[in-house]
Design a protein around this ligand. Structure first.
Ligand code: ZN
Length: 152
């Protein structure tokens, strides 16, 4: 495993659409492991998309404190309700803003073994899934902020 360099807002790669992963290979598993290590290394990240380490593949890692989720080609197949959120992003350091997200989402993806999985997320997990999946389409939470919150 290895740490990867984070990309920050202003970097064009964050605005590009990531490509589907045709097969979950050892190389993909290694990349997912690197993404997880990079996320944990920051000490405050709950999720990371591959484009944030400069790779335009549809890969996301998430850990909301109850274990690591590794998602390949994730897609939201169901969503309901709305919630008021406060969001930040490892690619937009020290900025926080209010957004509105679905209260609940259902995501289909492949896991790190290539098996089809369904992840149901409510509240913070729903927020995080929406945030990370947006990255795969070049969308940043900053695009959806209704109000910025000063860092203090
Ligand atoms: Zn982000």
């Amino acid at each position: 495993m290895a740490l990867r360099n984070l990309r920050y807002i202003g970097d064009e790669i964050l605005r590009q659409k990531s490509r589907e992963v045709p097969e979950v290979t050892d190389r993909i598993r290694e990349l997912l492991a690197d993404m997880a290590e990079t996320m944990y290394h920051t000490g405050n990240g709950a999720g990371l998309a591959a484009c944030q380490v400069g790779v335009l593949k549809r890969l996301v890692v998430i850990d909301m404190g109850s274990g690591l989720l590794q998602l390949v080609n994730p897609v939201i197949v169901e969503q309901s309700g709305t919630q008021d959120c406060v969001e930040g992003c490892l690619s937009i350091p020290n900025r926080w803003g209010r957004t509105v997200r679905p209260q609940r989402v259902v995501v289909k993806a492949l896991d790190e073994t290539g098996k089809e999985i369904t992840v149901e997320g409510e509240g913070d997990l729903a927020k995080c899934l929406c945030h990370e999946l947006d990255h795969l389409d070049g969308i940043l939470f900053a695009d959806k902020v209704t109000e910025w919150i000063s860092p203090d």
